[in-house]
Design a protein around this ligand. Structure first.
Ligand SMILES: C[S@@+](CC[C@H](N)C(=O)[O-])C[C@H]1O[C@@H](n2cnc3c(N)ncnc32)[C@H](O)[C@@H]1O
Ligand code: SF4
Length: 372
């Protein structure tokens, strides 16, 4: 079996935002050198591990470098990665969807040109907001002007890009959300990811987040407003023009195999009736990974849960053959009456944005039949 997708975690930023809980630290030369050493070791260990699971990784259909701030890695870092992959037998071609996350405050023009030369054909830009005060309160290193410059540059290169946007922010600043969306949409991005702020204990904005109703209304209004620009929801947090869905992220939601490299990165290898999840450790043990084996039943739950994240037709009677059709019809009918799904066939439904807001409870509605 072949793995066609790879995620690489670049764990450094120039400055740490006050809400972010991803694995990352402030970049320095020594850390970068150590990271390169780790990565070279991980590439070898990863291939050995894939072999033990009867997988190989010859040619990538998608490569996603996330972080952290991979735009700081630049040409030399990304060339290093590509060379190591190539010499280990993994090919990145011009058909590979090759995405790099880009922080509007951490790039140089020549570096962006070089990345495109290296084959990067998609950027994911961490905009978050177009309100100067909001950016300051989130401790972002970039200004609204940096966002304009970044998107102008990407447009001048005629390259595909996505914009990350944050919702559910504390009421520290009055936000004109629609004005921000208008401004972003005027740059014509093909894709938008919008994340509702979650803050762990001990982080600055913990205890200061807006209430559930506010967040739900903001989310629903946001989803609806994007339609005006021909940008449609295809997953809980993801929106695109038709045909511009993230091919890489779709692999996760379709429960396809995705390999991973870099500290804290998680890979998923799917077999016919089981799966294995592996996660690279951080710090000194970064050449080791933990493993979680998923049996047939657990894999079935995961597949359903991930499929439910997407705004596409779900034939629940096919996905859940173990559940009585009559029981499924009752569940779907209840969802339908609440506005959580659409669809005319009683068991073939498409979840709505309102449904995505209560996804966990919808999953529990099905889970109670699946437990035994
Ligand atoms: C890990 S970041 C990497 C992108 C890049 N480092 C940046 O921030 O510009 C990916 C996205 O996750 C989102 N994110 C990070 N921390 C979050 C949090 N606590 N709650 C919600 N979204 C978060 C942000 O929108 C960010 O753009
Ligand atoms: S730049 Fe991105 S990854 Fe780095 S701390 Fe901020 S949100 Fe997290």
């Amino acid at each position: 079996m072949q793995v066609k997708s790879l995620y690489v975690h670049f764990p450094f930023c120039r400055h740490l935002c006050n809400y972010c809980d991803f694995h990352k630290s402030v970049i320095d030369d020594q850390k970068l050198k150590d990271f390169h050493k780790q990565l070279a070791n991980q590439i070898k260990s990863n291939n050995d591990f894939l072999k033990t699971q009867s997988f190989g990784m010859k040619e990538l259909s998608t490569l996603y470098i996330g972080g952290g701030t991979p735009s700081l890695w630049g040409e030399s870092g990304i060339s290093f990665l590509l060379e190591k992959l190539e010499s280990s037998g993994t090919k990145v071609s011009k058909d590979t969807e090759f995405t790099v996350e880009l922080n509007p405050g951490a790039w140089k023009k020549e570096e962006v040109f070089s990345l495109v030369e290296l084959g990067v054909n998609r950027f994911s830009v961490g905009v978050q907001s177009l309100n100067e005060q909001v950016l300051r309160k989130l401790d972002r290193i970039h200004s609204v002007d940096d966002v304009y410059k970044t998107l102008e540059l990407l447009n001048s290169l005629d390259i595909n890009y996505s914009v990350d946007f944050m919702l559910g922010l504390p009421a520290f600043e009055k936000r004109d959300l629609f004005k921000e969306v208008d401004e972003i949409a005027n740059f014509n991005p093909s894709h938008i990811s919008s994340y509702i702020l979650t803050v762990n204990k001990n982080y600055k904005h913990y205890g200061n987040l807006p209430d559930e109703d506010f967040v739900a209304n903001e989310y629903l209004a946001f989803v609806d407003y994007l339609k005006k620009y021909g940008i449609f929801q295809y997953e809980v947090s993801n929106f695109s023009k038709p045909g511009f869905e993230s091919r890489h992220n779709l692999q996760y939601w379709k429960s396809n195999s995705v390999a991973a490299l870099g500290p804290s990165a998680t890979g998923f290898l799917v077999k016919s009736d089981s799966a294995v999840r592996y996660r690279w450790k951080v710090g000194e043990k970064s050449n080791e990974y933990s493993i979680e084996n998923l049996d047939e039943k657990t894999l079935e739950f995961e597949k359903i849960y991930l499929a439910m994240r997407c705004a596409r037709k779900l034939d629940l009677s096919k996905l859940l053959p173990r559940i009585e059709k009559l029981e499924l019809e009752k569940v779907c009918n209840h969802w339908f009456l609440q506005g959580f799904c659409e669809g005319s066939d009683p068991c073939t439904v498409t979840l709505t944005s309102k449904g995505f807001l209560v996804l966990d409870s919808l999953f529990s509605d099905l889970f109670k039949f699946l437990k035994n």
